[in-house]
Design a protein around this ligand. Sequence first.
Ligand code: GRG
Length: 319
Amino acid sequence: MNFNEQMKEKVTYIESVIGAYMPQDCTFQKTIADAMNYTMSAGGKRIRPMLMKATFDLYGGDSKLVEPFMAAMEMIHTYSLIHDDLPALDNDDYRRGRKTAHIVYGEDMAILAGDGLLNYAFEVAGKAFDLLEKNSIPDDVAQLDNEKTLALVSELKMRRNVEWAMQILAHKPGIYGMIGGQVVDVELTGSKLNEEQLTYIYENKTGALIEASMMIGAVLAGAGTDGIEKIAKVAYNIGMAFQIQDDILDETSTFEELGKALHSDEKNGKVTYVGIHGLEESKQEVERLSREAITLLQSIEGDSSFLQELTEYLIDRKN
Ligand code: GRG
């Protein structure tokens, strides 16, 4: 199977996972489920769950534990897009090739749909606990035989990994991650940014969710601290390259390819990497960051070929 076929197959799988975890039974509050589903089902590249699952595979993960986290991560990402498009922020009319949520459902419902997705993401991720084995513990633990003890220890290890993944899922999209980056981005809109401020914004508003995705994949697969640190570095580079490429596409792509309006940064008075360094240098930086990520991936034991190809593909992505 070539890379494009693999991507297609993976997106189909990710969409089926997301679909399985979307809210089903809504009565009086049905509008919120419709509004949440409207942007969730509009497509999107599904890069974050894809990176999470590919990292999980790289570190030998072989359970379904990662699936609720894949869905949860895409929900958090989609909430951030719905809120980012609101009139109070970027005021965009199109996203993922469709009218934005606030244009279709009104500003009130779009705010609630974003809130709904953020909250529901944790409800969904928490379902990973239901997937764990539940070995019974006798009152007198001395009665446990070897086999039962081993089963309990293995369950405990998995449970710890899920708890750790939950912590990452709560931390990275928050004020020390995505929201932090977004706050500085909003506050400094229209001002002249220095390199340090720009790096802070990119590391957080975009990088944090990419880092969280790959770290959660590694944690759930049971990778050691060393493995998690390595993948966090890979994710850092991919995240920075992803945002610079986003800036490049905002200037050079088409509405049809992007599924949203171009020149959004200019319209909103945002200073970007491209604005400071120009297109050519920005392209070189995307290439440099991505090549460094690929070299790091090659130093990790295991089959990282899909992750390497995905990183390569992102250098030239068109949307
Ligand atoms: C709480 C009011 C309120 C707002 C929150 C946190 C936030 C607003 C916005 C997040 C910042 C943001 C949108 C960063 C940009 C990251 C980025 C490059 C998004 C596009 O991701 P893709 O290209 O999109 O993966 P698809 O549609 O393919 O999923």
